[in-house]
Design a protein. Structure first.
Ligand code: ABU
Length: 466
């Protein structure tokens, strides 16, 4: 039987994928950091330019292989640069299948059981948060976007007419000075304005100070402004600090403010019996964001937003579209409560991982990251050439080595293709930020991190600087 051309092409390309993927995985072990080149060198050395005419399959695959080899490797034992890393292979499998199925998650008609999978994830997370069946949620393209949704629902609760006639007057949001930068960007997008975001100072550990939050709210009320929400961060981007949610919830209830918890980075502590106390009080929040592509190690991106009362999602997002919503009730058509129209299936990768290792397995991933952080902190504390800036219960280990400027060491390691690690700042201190979020790493990988860093510093920085 002659099979259609599209089928033959798909099989040939999937076979190429398997070859490319196998080679890539081998390369991750052989050379865990890709060669650093300036952009111009890659533009000249790789076949990136698009033209009028196509390429033969083998030539095209050859060009692709070279580009893949040149791309930074984010899943290896030498990548500590951002708030993700490693590879959970069952989650990868789920994401590859999501690409194969190419569902769009707006209707049951287009997504079928994939919609039920997404709902199962959301209802399990809801249970972990201690919320009831009145809650709802969805997935969106990343933490900035799910934070945006939390902020929009907060705005629309404070000003229900914002949805129809637009925002009237100024409304004020509160967050810590260490919050994710999406909070200010979102305030601009939502017409609230960046100047209406109050950045509340933190304590020494990087957590928001509730006493100063209260003072700021009262000052705004005295000045005739309208406070509407507080964002509490569960895992600040630099120090990995947790805001005191219980105390912030108290204040939100007193002043009738929406409480959004940005757990994009470390909200996954809800899966850990040992660490869930770090977000104690989350059951009192109005909305909650969690990125499974961070602590749970799914491929990018897998960002959840949950809201305690589903009516807020419908109020902010529900819009009729007779060309789209043609079968089933609203609950089965998540496009009704989404910021997006077409939406990729980010649920399947998390479902595959969760199904394969269970809730206890997700908790173990989280626990292991904190364990690796303890190993790193212990190393720093017991080696006098280091200065530690971060505190316990954080997977962001901030430190300096021998007074070498963090930027110099991090950029040097990157340009020498030795290791990927970044730097951050808290108040006046600038330091290296080692993120122990790759749950595939071992204690030995963390010790190797310090060995690589010290050897590089001794060879390339100290001797050239002296
Ligand atoms: N939300 C991503 C933050 C990026 C970083 O600090 O590495």
């Amino acid at each position: 039987m002659n099979t259609p051309r599209a089928y033959q092409d798909a099989i040939r390309d999937l076979e190429a994928f398997y070859d490319i993927a196998s080679e890539h995985l081998r390369q991750e072990y052989a050379q865990p950091v890709s060669k650093y080149r300036e952009p111009q060198e890659w533009l000249e050395g790789l076949d990136i330019t698009l033209g009028d005419h196509g390429m033969k399959h083998d030539d095209m695959i050859g060009a692709l292989r070279e580009i893949i080899a040149a791309t930074p490797k984010t899943s290896t034992t030498r990548f500590f640069n951002q708030l993700f890393g490693g590879r959970q292979s069952k989650a990868m499998l789920g994401d590859l299948i999501a690409v194969l199925l190419n569902s769009s998650m707006y209707t049951y008609k287009a997504g079928g059981p994939q919609i039920l999978i997404e709902q199962e994830i959301l209802s399990q997370v809801r249970n972990l948060l201690g919320w009831d069946e009145n809650s709802s949620g969805t997935l969106a393209a990343g933490g900035s976007m799910t934070n945006l949704m939390g902020m929009q629902m907060a705005r629309d609760r404070a000003q229900p007419a914002a949805r129809t006639t637009g925002l009237s007057g100024k409304v004020i949001a509160y967050t810590s000075a260490e919050c994710h930068y999406s909070i200010q960007k979102n305030a601009a997008i939502l017409g609230i304005g960046r100047e209406q975001v109050r950045l509340i100072p933190t304590d020494q550990t990087g957590g928001l100070r509730p006493d100063l939050l209260k003072q700021s709210i009262e000052r705004d009320l005295r000045d005739g402004h309208r406070p509407f929400m507080v964002n509490a961060t569960a895992g600040t981007t630099v120090l990995g600090a947790f805001d005191p949610i219980e105390q912030i919830a108290e204040i939100c209830e007193k002043y009738d403010l929406w409480l959004h918890v940005d757990g994009a980075y470390c909200g996954s502590v809800i899966f850990s019996e040992k660490y869930k106390h770090l977000i104690q009080g989350v059951e009192r929040a109005d909305s909650f964001t969690l990125n499974a592509h961070k602590m749970l190690g799914t491929p990018l991106s897998c960002s959840l937003i949950l809201v305690q009362e589903k009516r807020h999602m419908y109020h902010s997002y529900s819009t009729d579209a007779s060309y789209l919503f043609q079968t089933h009730e609203d609950e089965l058509n998540p496009g009704k409560i989404s910021l997006q129209c077409g939406r990729r299936n980010d649920a399947l990768k998390l479902w595959c991982l969760w199904k394969s290792i269970g809730t206890a397995g997700l908790g173990s991933l989280v626990n292991h990251q904190f364990h690796l952080a303890d190993v790193a902190r212990e190393y720093i504390r017991t080696h006098e050439d280091y200065q530690l800036y971060s505190h316990d219960d954080s997977v962001g280990i901030c430190f300096n080595y021998l007074d070498i400027p963090a930027e110099k060491l991090c950029n040097g390691l990157y340009q020498a293709s030795e290791m990927m690690v970044g730097y951050g700042q808290f108040r006046d201190d600038v330091f290296i930020r080692l993120v122990t979020i790759n749950a595939s790493n071992t204690e030995e990988d963390i010790h190797e991190f310090f060995r690589v860093l010290e050897a590089f510093a001794q060879k390339h920085v100290l001797h050239s600087a002296i």
